[in-house]
Design a protein around this ligand. Structure first.
Ligand code: 5GP
Ligand code: ZN
Length: 129
C-alpha cells in the first residue's frame, strides 16, 4: 500500500491504492449524488436495493474502527449526509437502512470508511442483503 504524505492544507492522507480515494480524487469517474468539501455520495456499483448509496468521507479513514476524537465533526457530517440524501432520493418517509460494515468479520470489502444507505423496498434482517 502506498501512503501519500498528509496534504499540508487539510492534513488529509490519501491512499493511492484505495478505490474510494481514487474516486474522491476524480481519477475514477463516479457521478455524485451529493458532495461537499468533507464527503461525497455515490450509487453502489452493485446495488442491493432500489436505492443503494455510499456516503464516503474524502479523508482516508479505514473504518468506524479507526475513527478518532478529531473525527467527531466528520462523523456528524456523515450522518447528516445520510439524512440529506435519503430525503433527496425520496426514501426518508418510507424508511431506509444505514450500514457500516467494519473489518473482516463485519464483511467490509473496501477499507475506506463508508456508510451504506439502502431503501426503496422492504428490508429484512440486519445487513445489506
Ligand atoms: P463494503 O463491502 O466494504 O461494506 O462495501 C463496499 C461497497 O462498495 C460494495 O457494496 C461495492 O459494491 C461497492 N463498490 C466497490 N467498488 C466500487 C466502485 O468502484 N464504484 C462504486 N460506485 N461502488 C463500488
Ligand atoms: Zn481511501
Amino acid at each position: 500500500m502506498v501512503e501519500r504524505a498528509p496534504d499540508p492544507g487539510t492534513g488529509e492522507t490519501m491512499n493511492a491504492s484505495c478505490i474510494f480515494c481514487r474516486i474522491a480524487a476524480g481519477e475514477i469517474p463516479s457521478p455524485r449524488v451529493y458532495e461537499d468539501e468533507h464527503l461525497f455520495v455515490i450509487r453502489d456499483i452493485n446495488p442491493a436495493a432500489p436505492v443503494h448509496l455510499l456516503v464516503i468521507p474524502r479523508e482516508h479513514v479505514e473504518s468506524v474502527g479507526a475513527l478518532e476524537e478529531r473525527h467527531a465533526e466528520l462523523a456528524g457530517r456523515l450522518l447528516l449526509a445520510v439524512r440529506r440524501v435519503a430525503e433527496q432520493e425520496g426514501i426518508a418517509g418510507s424508511g431506509f437502512r444505514m450500514v457500516a460494515n467494519t473489518g473482516r468479520e463485519g464483511g467490509q470489502t473496501v477499507p475506506h470508511l463508508h456508510l451504506h444507505v439502502l431503501g426503496g423496498r422492504q428490508l429484512t434482517g440486519h445487513g445489506t442483503a
